[in-house]
Design a protein around this ligand. Structure first.
Ligand code: NDP
Length: 398
């Protein structure tokens, strides 16, 4: 079989010769008891770069020993890209949300051999899921592999935005000491109302992590959490997102991108937020309206916006989120720490082993199967597509 794997570029100075830590902490289970990926073997060293082209997700030896062909590229956008050409006869495609290979309907229809699209990570919105269903291409992701990584990033972003860390760090780096400049936008998180849109794996973990800061916690979700968890965290459930954002100082977005959530934070919803609130989005860029976010930061309706997700990715160099005031954006990194890479590389291998050996893939990993939303996909996604406009990614210049 032919496996096409689209990965991000290597570090500019080449692959690292050594890493800050010599080993990763050992984890056996995720917080809800689900086991970490269980491939029969791995051919990589956990803690090393795996998500870039030379890292190969640690898959080459395994695939070539089984007689498969592995094609790896970072060239993914536009009709003339290597990925667009190679997908035509590929059986399996692997892509990471950080550097998403947008599998549009057009590409899926061209890929006559395609049976399986693997997201090495979580969030399969870069695949036109409706086209995958229509063309009987299964879609899977490595559920839970980086949910905790993202919730750590959320905590970092809430604290850094509310306390105004970026500004203070810039002052220190530039040799300055004007304390008044450093604190004129700096607050304590203690006592604030923090709300999550979606209390799934990431959203719930973010709530749990914010609890010790003596905050008031809120959530909005399509399904309600067990009463025991609501009690444990003293959580306020909201029937609508409007009701929640009206009372929160900080809102964090943690739902998948699908037709129901696309453009959820538009001018109207942002206008219903508490004046001067902070918005943290590590879910997907398209859940927020690009211009409405920039306008709200300019007007002061939002005090800050931070996240690591953009649309499209890579974001064009002139994307307004790169230059809007009071933002704390990073490139899409939260789910691809070296720790997370080891888990999703192992999860990708587990999925491939199942696929080749005709063993069922864990239901938790399924998004689309046999032409229908399945497993985690049936629970968290809705039918349709959210890939339109992705061709703009071609405008990014390295
Ligand atoms: P989960 O499936 O555990 O949680 C998703 C939650 O979103 C579920 O509770 C689901 O609710 C809820 N949801 C879905 N649609 C809606 C809606 N319309 N309104 C309110 N809630 C909704 O996934 P994770 O928490 O692990 O990940 C969530 C998302 O975070 C991913 O899909 C991905 O987009 C993003 N992500 C980002 C990463 C990064 O690196 N920045 C890395 C990993 C994930 P229910 O099931 O109750 O319907």
């Amino acid at each position: 079989m032919k496996i096409l794997c689209v990965l991000y570029d290597d570090p500019k100075d080449g692959m690292p010769k050594n890493y800050p830590l010599s080993e990763l902490p050992e984890l056996k289970k995720y917080p809800d008891g689900m086991t970490l990926p269980t491939p029969k073997a791995i051919d990589f060293t956990p803690g090393e770069l795996l998500g870039c082209v030379s890292g190969e997700l640690g898959l080459r030896k395994f695939l070539e020993e089984r007689g498969h062909t592995l094609v790896i590229t970072s060239d993914k956008d536009g009709d003339n890209s290597v990925a667009a050409k190679e997908i035509v006869d590929a059986d399996v495609v692997i892509s990471q949300p950080f550097w998403p290979f947008y599998l549009t309907r057009e590409l899926i229809e061209k890929a006559r051999n395609l049976k399986l699209a693997i997201t090495a990570g979580i969030g399969s919105d870069h695949v036109d899921l409706q086209a995958a269903m229509d063309n009987k291409v299964d879609v899977v992701e490595v559920t839970y592999c980086n949910s905790i990584s993202v919730s750590e990033h959320i905590v970092m972003m809430i604290l850094s935005m509310v306390r105004d860390y970026h500004n203070q760090h810039a002052i220190a780096k530039s040799g300055g000491w004007n304390i008044a400049d450093a604190v004129q936008r700096s607050y304590d998180v203690e006592g604030m109302h923090i709300g999550t849109v979606a209390a799934g794996r990431i959203g719930l973990s973010a709530l749990r992590k914010m609890k010790p800061f003596e905050t008031h916690l809120h959530y909005f979700d399509r399904h309600r959490l067990p009463e025991s968890i609501e009690k444990e965290l003293d959580l306020t459930f909201h029937e609508s997102v409007e009701s929640m954002v009206a009372v929160c100082d900080v809102v964090t977005i943690n739902c998948p991108l699908h037709p129901e959530t696309e453009n959820m934070f538009d001018k109207e919803l942002i206008g219903k937020m508490k004046k001067g609130a902070y918005l943290i989005n590590t879910a997907r860029g398209k859940i927020c309206n690009r211009e409405a976010i920039a306008d709200a930061l300019k007007s002061g309706q939002l005090s800050g916006y931070a996240g690591d997700v953009w649309f499209p990715q890579p974001a064009p160099n002139d994307h307004v989120w790169r230059t809007m005031p009071n933002h704390g954006m990073t490139p899409h990194t939260s789910g691809t720490s070296l720790s997370a890479q080891a888990r999703y590389a192992a999860g990708t291998r587990e999925i491939l082993e199942c696929f080749f050996d005709d063993v069922p893939i864990r239901a938790q990993y399924l998004i689309v199967q046999n032409g229908e939303l399945a497993g985690a996909g049936a629970h968290s996604y809705s039918k349709g597509t959210a890939t339109s406009g992705s061709e703009e990614a071609e405008r990014y210049k390295k």
